[in-house]
Ligand binder design. Structure first.
Ligand code: NAD
Ligand code: TYD
Length: 361
């Protein structure tokens, strides 16, 4: 039976991953979720799981070496799945230091503590241990609009935003540990995720939330930047497959083969909301293309991301199972059926962030 230390499990992808893992393995695994519960971490995402005997939550900062090494000492951890990070590009433009701290220093602490717990005197590691570092395709930079250009595992890193630079740094630390200490790890670089429990600072939940409440839909620049969207459950599955079957020291790109311009996404959201909301739902009257508002572009805005997930398909048999049309419908329904969740996460500090970020844009 594996004992997983999951960092950032109260966030968007982490909480979906924990749901996926208990759905698949039930009582045959143990998960310890370590999360600082920043603005992006929300234990409500896991309330159906919190009473399970094989699940526990520890509120801790991944930069806190003492707290992290204590968790390793007190538990027989053989898998680390490292999600915890500052994850939003716009916030990284405003406050890069928070990203360097958590994403770079936090990853360094996680690597150090795992190595101390696992490395034997002769420098080898037990066969069953693995550290999976969850990263992003944004480390590769920006692609031209050429439809044949993709990010591959061999594409040189060229990050542009403080967020992607901090993730690239953390990837290089993991690579350094693999090269120097033969530290048993894998890295996954995934494209943009969407699905339930995503904080509404990111494109898809922000647009759904604003459309439902009749607020402007702020489109950066010309709205033609392209992202490759993957349903979050498919990402969770990819991470599990890399843990189970991934060859040590390898990197796997994970992507949806599903490129859309931002403006296309917004039209899909409006169309789907109109189809799915019942006629007597008062929110339906708010849904309108007139809400679309072009605003000042993001600084250093990457034009296009697109992953060719050929290696993970060939080596591990993973592919993006969820069709975008199905995944986006499921996601939109989840948001309008979980209005309380949205209200809870958008009150207080988030409201202030939103006002500051979009004021005068
Ligand atoms: P998120 O912002 O929703 O969640 C991050 C979680 O980390 C939160 O629960 C937060 O409380 C926690 N956290 C932040 N700082 C911490 C600290 N110092 N100590 C402990 N916990 C801390 O992020 P997400 O979208 O779920 O992304 C998870 C991971 O996946 C990140 O590493 C991100 O770079 C990567 N990723 C995200 C996407 C995407 O589309 N969202 C795509 C590819 C890769
Ligand atoms: P985002 O969800 O922040 O993800 P990332 O920047 O990591 O890809 O943004 C996705 C795309 O949507 C990106 O091109 C920026 C754009 N965007 C807007 O046009 N308006 C918005 O309000 C937000 C949050 C994003």
């Amino acid at each position: 039976m594996h004992t997983y230390l999951v960092t950032g499990g109260a966030g968007f992808i982490g909480s979906n991953y924990i749901h996926y893992m208990f759905g698949k393995y039930g009582d045959d695994i143990r998960i310890i979720n370590v999360d600082l519960l920043t603005y992006a971490g929300n234990l409500e995402n896991l309330k159906d799981i919190e009473t399970k005997e094989n699940y526990s939550f520890v509120k801790a900062d991944i930069c806190d070496r003492e707290a992290i090494s204590k968790i390793f000492k007190e538990n027989n951890i053989d898998r680390v799945v490292h999600f915890a990070a500052e994850s939003h590009v716009d916030r990284s433009i405003v406050d890069p230091n928070a990203f360097v701290r958590t994403n770079v220093l936090g990853t360094a602490v996680m690597l150090d503590c795992a190595r101390s717990a696992w490395e034997k005197e002769d420098g080898s590691y037990p066969e069953e241990v693995k550290f999976l570092h969850v990263s992003t395709d944004e480390v590769y930079g920006s692609l031209p609009e050429d439809p044949d250009a993709y990010f591959y595992e061999t594409t040189p890193y060229s990050p542009h935003s403080p967020y992607s630079a901090s993730k690239a740094s953390s990837d290089f630390l993991v690579k350094a540990y693999m090269d120097t200490y033969k530290f048993p790890a894998n890295i996954t670089n995934c494209s943009n995720n969407y699905g339930p429990y995503q904080f509404p600072e990111k494109l898809i939940p922000l647009m759904i939330n604003n459309a439902l409440s009749g607020k402007n839909l702020p489109v950066y620049g010309d709205g033609k930047n392209v992202r490759d969207w993957l349903f979050v459950e498919d990402h969770a599955k990819a991470i599990d497959m890399v843990c189970e079957k991934g060859k040590l020291f390898e990197t796997y790109n994970v992507g949806g083969h599903n490129e859309r311009q931002n403006i296309q996404i917004i039209h899909t959201i409006l169309d789907t909301l109109r189809e799915e909301l019942s006629d007597d739902d008062p929110r339906k009257a708010n849904i309108s293309e007139d809400l679309i508002t072009y605003v000042t572009d993001r600084k250093g805005h990457d034009r296009r991301y697109a992953i060719a997930p050929d290696k993970i398909k060939k080596d591990l048999g993973w592919y993006p199972e969820t069709k975008f049309e199905d995944g986006i419908r499921k996601t939109i329904k989840w948001y309008f059926e979980n209005e309380d969740w949205m209200k809870n996460v958008t009150s207080g500090d988030y409201q202030k962030y939103y006002d500051d970020m979009y004021e005068g844009r």
